[in-house]
Design a protein around this ligand. Structure first.
Ligand code: NI
Length: 201
């Protein structure tokens, strides 16, 4: 099995099992992990995203990144390690998408404001309230760390509308697994467990 190579990381798409993985808290940050975060920003910008969670690049780590501007050199880059969300307030409905579900969109109702406690890559504490668009990103990404996708939060009607697209993703995944371009389930789980034991215990 390959050791963790940040440059080889790619975004995994639904229904890859890493997206349903409930990540454990990160216990150590090393130079490899810093390169992982760098690579995650690279991938996020390349795919025109505003947030990306570690399990979207097949890593079982409690970590996500965000840049609400979605462009290199613009906006603010955030790294949230072991984030804890609290004090949700208000209600807000807006359209969401996800880099792990390209082309799928739907309206999701979420609290309008949320407080986030986390650490950055340097070990500095983050304790801040986010609202509106930023609050939505933070909550969408924190969901990822718990194995939750925005499609799980769609209204029944909205879910029906994306069902066909989800089915197409499932068929494509099965095909790729048959062709061997995606490893077998057991190998994916073994790799996740290995990285988890290196960084989360
Ligand atoms: Ni997402």
């Amino acid at each position: 099995m390959q050791p963790l190579d940040p440059t080889s990381l790619q975004i995994v798409t639904y229904p890859h099992p890493a997206l349903r993985y409930e990540s454990k808290a990160l216990r150590r940050v090393d130079t490899t992990l810093r390169s992982v975060v760098e690579r995650m920003f690279e991938l996020m910008y390349a795919h025109r995203g505003v947030g990306l969670a570690a399990n979207q690049v097949n890593l079982p780590l409690r970590l996500f990144i965000m840049n609400p501007a979605g462009k290199t050199g613009e906006g603010e880059e955030w790294v949230f390690i072991n984030p804890v969300l609290s004090r949700p307030r208000g209600n807000d409905e807006d359209e969401e998408g996800c880099l792990s579900l390209p082309g799928v969109v739907g309206n999701v109702v979420r609290p309008k404001k949320v407080r986030v406690h986390a650490f950055d890559l340097q070990g500095n504490e983050i304790d801040r309230e986010f609202s509106d668009y930023e609050a939505r990103i933070v909550q969408h990404e924190a969901d990822h760390l718990n194995g939750v996708l925005f499609i799980d939060r769609l209204s029944e009607g909205a879910r029906v509308e994306v069902e066909e697209q989800l089915h197409a993703f499932e068929l494509e995944y099965q095909t790729q697994q048959r062709m061997g371009t995606i490893p077998e389930e057991a190998d994916i789980m073994a790799q996740l467990a290995k990285i988890e034991s290196a960084y989360c215990s």
